[in-house]
Design a protein around this ligand. Structure first.
Ligand SMILES: [Zn+2]
Length: 251
C-alpha cells in the first residue's frame, strides 16, 4: 500500500475504518453476525430483528430496508448498526466536537447519517454528560428564594442617587505627575450605586484614608445632590469613615 498516493491514503483510511467497525460489531453482535453469515434467519427474540439487518460485502452489519433504489449514499440507505462500546464512545465524542459541542439531538442526528445507534439518545446523552467543556454550560443556575427587598429599594423617589450603596473597587495605581517627577501610588475607586435605578457613579479616591473618601464624596454630592441614606455594601470602608460619612449625609 502506497501511503504517498492520495487514492491509497483514502483506501487505507477506509480499510482501517472497516477494520475497527468489524471489531466493534464482532464484540457487540457476535451471535447475529455468525447467524447471518450462515444465511440463517435471526431468532425471533433478537433485539436486531426489527432492523432487518444484513451483512455487506465487508461483513459489516447494516440496517436493511426499502431504500435500495433511493438516490442517496449507501451509508445513509443502510446505516451501520452499533451500540454502547468504548470505541463507539470515541465516535460519539468525534461527532459531538464536530457540531461544536452540540446537544444530544444534534450529535445524534449527525451520527445517524451513517450509523444506527441502538438506545442512541440514552448513549449519546451519557457521553455528553461526561464532556468537560460542556460542564459549565450544563451547570444549574442558582435559584435561591430571595428575602424581601428593603424599603429604600422599593420606595418611589423624586430623583436617583437618593438612596446609595457605597463600595470600593481596586486598588488601582494613580499617577500624579508625569515626566521627570513621575510619582504613582495606590488608590481606590469609590462605587456609588443607586438603590432604586441601579445606576452607578464612580469617583477616584486618592488613598485609603477617611479624608480622601470625604473629598470623593463631596465631588459626588456636588454632581448628584445630597444623599438621604447610604449603605456600605462591603466592609472595606472603616468604621471611622462610616461615622464621618453618616455625619455628612445628615447634613
Ligand atoms: Zn461537549
Amino acid at each position: 500500500m502506497k501511503i504517498g498516493n492520495d487514492v491509497s491514503i483514502l483506501k487505507y483510511y477506509g480499510d482501517s475504518e472497516t477494520l475497527w467497525l468489524k471489531y466493534i460489531q464482532s464484540q457487540l453482535f457476535y451471535n447475529e453476525i455468525s447467524i447471518l453469515d450462515r444465511k440463517i434467519e435471526l431468532d425471533r427474540n433478537s433485539p436486531l430483528l426489527t432492523l432487518n439487518p444484513f451483512l455487506d460485502e465487508n461483513k459489516i452489519l447494516r440496517v436493511g430496508g426499502r431504500l435500495a433504489n433511493a438516490a442517496i449514499e449507501f451509508n445513509r440507505k443502510f446505516s451501520i448498526i452499533i451500540k454502547a462500546h468504548p470505541l463507539v464512545t470515541l465516535l460519539i465524542r468525534y461527532f459531538h466536537r464536530k457540531c461544536l459541542h452540540g446537544e444530544t439531538q444534534l450529535t445524534l442526528s449527525l451520527l445517524r447519517q451513517n450509523f444506527q445507534l441502538i438506545r442512541g439518545r440514552q448513549t449519546v446523552k451519557s457521553v455528553i454528560y461526561k464532556c468537560i467543556p460542556c460542564a459549565p454550560i450544563r451547570a444549574d443556575i442558582s435559584n435561591e428564594l430571595m428575602g424581601a427587598l428593603p424599603k429604600n429599594r422599593t420606595t418611589r423617589l423624586t430623583r436617583h442617587f437618593t438612596h446609595v450603596g457605597i463600595d470600593y473597587a481596586g486598588p488601582v495605581q494613580v499617577t500624579i505627575h508625569r515626566g521627570r517627577e513621575y510619582k504613582s501610588h495606590s488608590g481606590n475607586i469609590a462605587v456609588f450605586i443607586c438603590f432604586a435605578t441601579r445606576a452607578i457613579y464612580l469617583e477616584l479616591v486618592s488613598d485609603y484614608t477617611t479624608e480622601a473618601f470625604l473629598v470623593a464624596l463631596k465631588r459626588f454630592v456636588s454632581r448628584r445632590g445630597y444623599l438621604t441614606r447610604f449603605t456600605v455594601i462591603e466592609g472595606r470602608i472603616s468604621k471611622v469613615l462610616v461615622a464621618n460619612v453618616t455625619k455628612l449625609s445628615k447634613g
